[in-house]
Design a protein around this ligand. Structure first.
Ligand SMILES: Nc1ncnc2c1ncn2[C@@H]1O[C@H](COP(=O)(O)OP(=O)(O)OP(=O)(O)O)[C@@H](O)[C@H]1O
Length: 303
């Protein structure tokens, strides 16, 4: 058995037989990762997360958390998992601290956890404030504080930055990194925006129409994104270079100092540069262009 924290084998599910929501999903979430589960609205993210938490029950599916089958170790798994799915359940007529106290009693957590989770989520100053007066970002952080009460190893957060302003988004992002680095939590976070989580994620899974169209480290995703086949050359002698290269390659002059060469192979670069130099052309820059993130994301979704 490997040491994945979450693992599914060909997970498939539909609310009705005629409309499958998840198709052959093989999630592989390693310990210590921040795994971003990305996909447009309706792609099946929330459904998948609910399945992992046993909120949607399936028969005959290979779903493992902490190396244990969800079907036979559900309670044990839930004790090691904290979650925030959709909106946090908060009593708005009570303070943040009172809300935590109620949850603490339900989950039999030690009293000192309240101060700890308030500190971790940056809510100490608002502990006595009625949560009805909290900002959306503070409510989300209280939701995460509740999820952290029993000190879980795995945290599952469904679109925790949804609806937040840029400041609120940054606060949640920083909190996630803090929980991962300082408290060694493995974090599974869903989002419909790649650019919102790509900076903090160590691993990324992209889901489109119920299928996992990409899964890998964010470094690997970044490499793929770099692998655009447009090669950019900077030179002050663009006309001359265009004349020389135009015979063999698809070259476009972008402006007086930039040429773009399409469909170029990496192996062709050294001889291309040598050829230009042998004609006395000075090269000030040469690189493959990075795919635009949004465009790249759309390409992944349409795979
Ligand atoms: N209880 C339900 N009964 C029937 N269909 C459902 C139910 N819950 C979700 N669906 C459908 O399943 C599909 C996936 O929904 P899901 O909420 O998992 O997507 P999502 O990726 O989380 O998107 P969003 O960000 O909009 O929540 C959608 O077509 C949705 O309409």
């Amino acid at each position: 058995m490997n040491n994945l924290i979450v693992e599914t084998h060909n997970l498939s599910f539909g609310f009705s037989i005629s409309s499958p929501v998840l198709k052959d999903i093989n999630l592989a979430i390693p310990p210590g990762s921040i795994y971003a589960f990305i996909g447009p609205n309706g792609a099946g993210k929330t459904t998948a997360l609910k399945i992992l938490l046993g909120l949607v029950r399936l028969k005959h599916q290979d779903i493992f958390l902490f190396g244990k089958a969800l079907s036979s170790h559900r309670l044990e798994i839930l004790k090691r998992t904290g979650s925030l799915i959709e909106q946090p359940s908060i009593y708005e007529h009570l303070s943040g601290e009172r809300n935590l106290e109620i949850q603490r009693l339900i989950h039999h957590c030690p009293p000192e956890r309240i101060d700890q989770v308030l500190a971790i989520t940056g809510l100490i100053h608002a502990r006595n404030q009625l949560t009805g007066t909290y900002s959306l970002g503070m409510k989300q952080r209280l939701g995460i504080a509740i999820a952290l009460l029993h000190d879980p190893e795995l945290l599952i957060l469904d679109e925790p930055t949804n609806g937040l302003d840029p400041e609120g988004i940054i606060e949640i992002r920083n909190l996630i990194v803090h929980l991962n680095r300082e408290f060694r939590k493995t974090i599974l976070i869903s989002s419909h925006l790649l650019n919102e989580v790509e900076k903090i994620a160590t691993h990324i899974g992209v889901i489109s129409n119920g299928r996992l169209v990409f899964q890998g480290t964010s470094k690997y995703l970044e490499t793929l994104r770099h692998d655009s086949n447009i090669f950019q050359l900077e030179t002050t002698q663009t006309e001359l270079a265009l004349g020389i290269l135009g015979e063999r390659h698809d070259v476009n002059k972008i402006d007086d100092s930039v040429l773009h060469i399409s469909a170029l192979n990496k192996d062709e670069i050294p001889s291309l540069i040598e050829l230009l130099i042998s004609h006395g052309i000075k090269i000030y820059g040469a690189q493959f262009l990075k795919n635009d993130l949004e465009e790249f994301y759309l390409k992944l979704l349409n795979k």
